[in-house]
Design a protein around this ligand. Structure first.
Ligand code: G6P
Length: 369
């Protein structure tokens, strides 16, 4: 097992560090920048179904559901397709309205999650076209879906999902861009720009990982608190949810993720000098609004850990700590802002002596309801 961990203390840390390569493996052979095209067989072969769809329904559980939420922003923004994102477990039991004009996208790392599989079967029985985004090749979901795209993240052993999440977002971004090009909702120059930016993501993830030692120091300061709050807006709202989930899963500290603007409708009541609040405040995407949320937190003496774009000045002045990530297009920021949140939860859990790779009560794949 030590050999399999490749010199890392845990599979989770190894998998966090594998992300530059995993993301690269995800778009390799699909993103052809010189020719300015994206090529994915599962999408090309079913282009008509995608383009004629009234809406996309994304079904997933856990971290994969968070990737689905990011995809909702990307599909609507780039390809102008209405998207609904559903917990598979809720969707399957509420007599949902599904027609032959719906495209259902099922996202699952393991490809074995019982609720997601059941949601797929239901959608198929109503005549919808079902597309799978799975990591495990030949898994039940990969076989049950009409078509699909693998994430190619490689085996993920740690129960808390890391590289599966960022590679799911990568695949979904590729699909959204391909459809946007086919629909003409993105100009060819913007499309080329996207391809260029996507290709730079692995290097930027490597850079984000360099904050490791700094994040470890922050983890040490907050490891003994009982509650954490995570805030983000737009593309980074799902990242806030995912950051909170990671902390809960492996450190057993209670954490909530919220859209930053919703803070005033509840979570603000929790804020005092004992509450650390992780705020994703990158330059692109509602920066000024997030900065005013940070001011509101500060006036209530909450402890602020800001995830900011390199070179940020404003948040640095207001926050107790900042963690920098490289600049990129707004829609690609989740691929970078997720990294420090993974490391933060990892180090807190390790410092608390928890079983990081196999947290209590959790399973890597949930094959029962
Ligand atoms: C379990 C795992 C999570 C995962 C979820 C969905 O709860 O512990 O990490 O996100 O299942 O799994 P899937 O394999 O469908 O992505």
């Amino acid at each position: 097992e030590q050999i399999e961990k490749g010199g890392f203390d845990h599979f989770m840390l190894k998998e966090i560090y594998e992300q530059p390569k995993a993301i690269n493996d995800t778009y390799r052979g699909r993103l052809l920048r010189e020719d300015a095209i994206i090529k994915m067989a599962g999408v090309e072969d079913n282009m008509k179904k995608f383009l004629n769809a009234n809406r996309f329904i994304i079904v997933a559980c856990g971290t994969s559901w968070h990737a689905g939420l990011v995809a909702e922003y990307i599909f609507e923004d780039l390809a102008r397709i209405p998207v609904e994102v559903e917990y598979a477990s809720e969707f399957r039991y509420r007599n949902p309205i599904i027609t032959e004009k719906d495209v259902v996208i099922a996202i699952s790392q393991s490809g074995e999650t019982a609720d997601t599989l059941a949601a797929i079967k239901l959608a198929k029985s109503k005549g919808a076209f079902v597309f799978g985004v799975c990591n495990v090749v030949g898994s039940s979901i990969a076989r049950e879906t009409d078509a699909g795209a693998y994430t190619h993240a490689g085996p993920e052993i740690g129960v808390a999902s890391t590289k599966a999440f960022t590679t799911q977002i990568t695949v979904l971004t590729l699909i959204a861009l391909r459809l946007a090009r086919a629909k003409g909702t993105i100009s060819s120059s913007d499309f080329r720009h996207y391809l260029l930016e996507l290709e730079m993501i692995p290097k930027k993830v490597e850079k984000a990982l360099k904050a490791d030692a700094h994040i470890k120091e922050i983890a040490y300061i907050y490891k003994d608190v009982s509650n954490f709050l995570y805030l983000g807006r737009g593309y980074n709202f799902p990242v806030a949810l995912e950051g909170a989930l990671k902390l809960k899963e492996i450190s057993y500290i209670h954490a909530e993720g919220y859209p930053a603007a919703e803070m005033k409708h509840g979570p603000i009541a929790l804020i005092d000098e004992n509450m650390p609040i992780v705020v994703i405040a990158t330059k692109t995407g509602h920066y000024d609004k997030v900065v005013s949320n940070i001011q509101e937190i500060k006036s209530r003496k909450g402890k602020i850990i800001g995830i900011v774009t390199e070179g940020d000045v404003t948040v640095r002045e207001l926050a107790d700590h900042v963690i920098e990530v490289p600049d990129t297009l707004e829609s690609l920021t989740p691929l970078l802002t997720t990294i420090p949140l993974q490391l933060l939860s990892y180090y807190i859990a390790v410092m608390l002596g928890k079983n990081v790779d196999q947290p209590r009560n959790l399973a890597k794949s949930v094959t029962v309801e």
